[in-house]
Ligand binder design. Structure first.
Ligand code: ATP
Length: 309
């Protein structure tokens, strides 16, 4: 038995002849936040439904808090909470009543924590669920999850529908949860959110993990972007090992650099006495797209970038 909060190895799941999961690996360390990224239909929700014991896997192993999510579901649900991206609530109960029902599933909520969370998310708990906006329905599930003391939070696009202030509040809650040594699986299409919160990231494609590691480890896989200004001709940089896509716009130069060649390239830049220098590591979005761009047309890739920002 591993000490990880979630340990998935070689998971497979078919829907009829369709293979939704094809040997997926996923780890969430105890006390860590793992970002779970993949395009629509990649298999994230299927994985989460298996982890919650709602679906039975066809093959591979899944361990949640040391237990089997299928056979130990009742016990495990006292120790974990789940927030879906499209929250459906009982229409005639108030938000407060629903938070209490959801809280009871994980052993009951402390009143002070519930009140504090309601204030932080500016949610009026006296209104009936059918009158809430999408964002407010999302807040009901979030307040119940974040006010609990569950050891593991499984969050499937939890902030869809939240405004930027509430998104910031969510991020500060997750940082507190991490500080308390609790674990979070965060499936999200919001790269900036994952970049800020996750200790490690797993990227999936067609039901298989294509990349897993800390953000720092994943950054090694794609190139760093450099922008520099030079008073004199700097074209010699284009020939330096590890430099790609060199472009000189009247002394304003841009290029990308292989991670392992960065020291040599920066030494070559320094030798040319730059007047300005900006070095940007690849964003999580670029790392993600580097795994998918081969399947997209240039127009699609551009559209995805716009959609996912
Ligand atoms: P999204 O980002 O859109 O939520 P996802 O990564 O969560 O996507 P899943 O919902 O896990 O993706 O779906 C994975 C694949 O399995 C999809 O191609 C989907 O159409 C298929 N699928 C999911 N549920 C079923 C089902 N009950 N019957 C048949 N196919 C299904």
């Amino acid at each position: 038995m591993s000490g990880n909060a979630i340990e998935v190895v070689g998971l497979t799941k078919h829907y009829g002849s369709f293979h939704a999961l094809n040997g997926l690996d996923l780890t969430v360390e105890a006390g860590g936040v793992t970002g779970f990224l993949g395009p629509n239909g990649a298999g994230k929700t299927t994985t989460i439904r298996i982890l919650l014991g709602l679906l039975h896997a066809d093959g591979g192993t899944a361990q949640v808090l040391g237990g089997n999510p299928w056979t130990d579901a009742v016990e495990l649900h006292k120790r974990l909470v789940y927030v879906p991206g499209d929250v459906a609530l009982w229409p005639n109960l108030t938000g407060g009543e629903i938070i209490d029902v959801l809280g009871r599933l994980s052993g009951g909520l402390e009143k002070s924590r519930k009140t504090a969370m309601l204030e932080r998310f500016q949610l009026d708990p006296r209104k009936k669920a059918k009158t809430y906006s999408k964002g407010n329905r999302q807040k009901v599930a979030l307040v119940a999850a974040l006010a609990s003391r569950a050891e593991l939070l499984i969050l499937d696009e939890p902030t869809s529908g939240l405004d930027p202030i509430m998104e910031a509040e969510f991020q500060s809650c997750i940082r507190e949860i991490k500080g308390e040594g609790r674990a979070v699986l965060l499936s999200s299409h919001i790269f900036s959110e994952v970049e800020k919160l996750a200790d490690s990231v797993t990227i999936i494609r067609d039901g298989r993990s294509v990349e897993s590691g800390t953000l720092e480890q994943l950054r090694h896989l794609t190139r760093t972007h450099v922008r520099a200004g030079f008073a004199t001709n700097s074209d010699a940089l284009a020939q330096v090992n590890g430099v790609y896509d060199y472009y000189d716009d009247k002394g304003e130069v841009t290029f990308s650099v292989d991670h392992d060649q960065l020291p040599n390239v920066l030494a070559a830049v320094a030798a040319l006495s730059p007047t300005a220098l900006v070095v940007n590591p690849p964003s999580l979005e670029e790392i993600f797209l580097s795994h998918y761009e081969d399947t997209m047309s240039p127009a699609q890739a551009a559209a995805v970038r716009g959609e996912m920002k």
